[in-house]
Design a protein around this ligand. Structure first.
Ligand code: AKG
Ligand code: FE2
Length: 339
């Protein structure tokens, strides 16, 4: 396995292979205070129409929002975050014993990105990734250490799955798309990604994750209470996603941009590092099964709003995503020729 950053960073200066070209370096880290603030949606309210409107507006304008009063118990969020941190705090040897480094396996561990072997430079991140559904089948592949991992994370992913269905239900109502549209194979392949960004010797020169869009329907992200790192690109500026204790960050992925025929935005985002503390996050990627055809919902396509994207199996889209870091190339691949 490529060496996890956590196993060698201590006391080292930033290796050349992590120094990014000027145009994508974060440079100055304090982003200017922006008038753009990622919207916060209170899911506990009774006015469903108002909630749907807030979610749709945020998804159109930012492609990002945070949710509070979402129904997942706070102690479960704390336990899940703690066990994710404990996993990454284990020795490299223990981590290697727990997980494969084969990206085709149901549970695997990698560093930088899944394109490590071909990427020009590396990123300051280690990630554990595993599938979550069906739980009875997948759980046997998850790490056995820390010993609480399977117990806590199975409860966590069960709750976050329900939240995902709720949010997609609200989005489908807002778009006027039948809710079956999202249950029909589209949400079959949820995946957990436990990201870890060790303290970095020079956060101005490198990134934890470069600018990207998620290749999924939505991502439901748990971040630590007091550490910024995630930034959203909007109106040519980077905006910090300020952590709110026990909230989730939700972002629209590119698959939902396709299904909504461009009405919702698969937002561009990146992760900056910091030199003081390690930061851990858990992404819950809600994505279709490999064979599911992804295409603009029929009710959203008409003569005045023609289909912007062609129909293709999710696995074709995802394979292309894994081999290209060039977003324009991916857009070209999924767009209709007339769009
Ligand atoms: O760690 C974060 O803050 C975000 C991670 C992310 O963008 C991803 O997992 O796609
Ligand atoms: Fe992402």
């Amino acid at each position: 396995m490529e060496q996890l950053v956590a196993s060698w960073y201590n006391g080292r200066s930033l290796p050349e292979t992590y120094v990014l070209p000027l145009e994508i370096r974060p440079g100055k880290l304090n982003v200017p205070v922006s008038t753009n603030i990622i919207p916060v949606v209170d899911l506990g309210g009774h006015d469903e129409t108002a909630i749907i409107q807030q979610i749709l507006e945020a998804s159109q304008e930012f492609g990002f929002f945070q949710v509070i009063n979402h129904g997942v118990p706070s102690n479960l969020l704390d336990e899940a975050m703690n066990v994710c941190k404990e996993f990454h705090a284990m020795s490299a040897k223990d981590k290697a014993v727990q997980c494969s480094n084969d990206l085709n396996k149901n549970c695997f561990l990698y560093t930088s990105s899944q394109r490590y072997a071909t990427e020009k430079y590396h990123f300051w991140r280690d990630s554990l990734t595993h599938f979550c559904h069906p739980l009875e089948k997948q759980i046997q592949f998850w790490p056995e250490k820390p010993t609480r991992y399977r117990n806590v994370v199975s409860k966590y992913t069960t709750e976050v799955s329900k939240l995902g269905s709720t949010i997609l239900g609200l989005i489908s109502k807002g778009l006027g798309v039948s809710p079956e549209h999202f249950s029909n194979g589209l949400t079959e392949n949820p995946k957990m990604i436990v990201n870890h960004y060790p303290p970095c010797p020079d956060p101005t020169l490198t990134l934890g994750v470069p600018k990207h869009r998620d290749p999924v329907l939505i991502n439901i992200l748990l971040q630590e209470d007091d550490l910024c790192g995630l930034q959203v690109f909007k109106d040519e500026e980077w905006i910090d996603v300020e952590p709110i204790p026990h909230a989730f960050v939700v972002n629209i992925g590119y698959v939902l941009q396709i299904i909504s025929n461009g009405k919702l935005k698969g937002a561009e985002h990146r992760v900056v590092t910091n030199s003081n503390s390690a930061r851990t996050t858990a992404s819950f990627f809600v994505s279709p099964s490999d064979e599911t055809l992804i295409e603009p919902a029929k009710v959203l396509v008409n003569t005045s709003s023609p289909a912007l994207y062609r129909s293709l199996p999710y696995k074709d889209f995802h394979s292309k995503f894994l081999v290209t870091s060039d977003w324009k190339e991916l857009e070209k691949f999924v767009r209709t020729t007339s769009a």
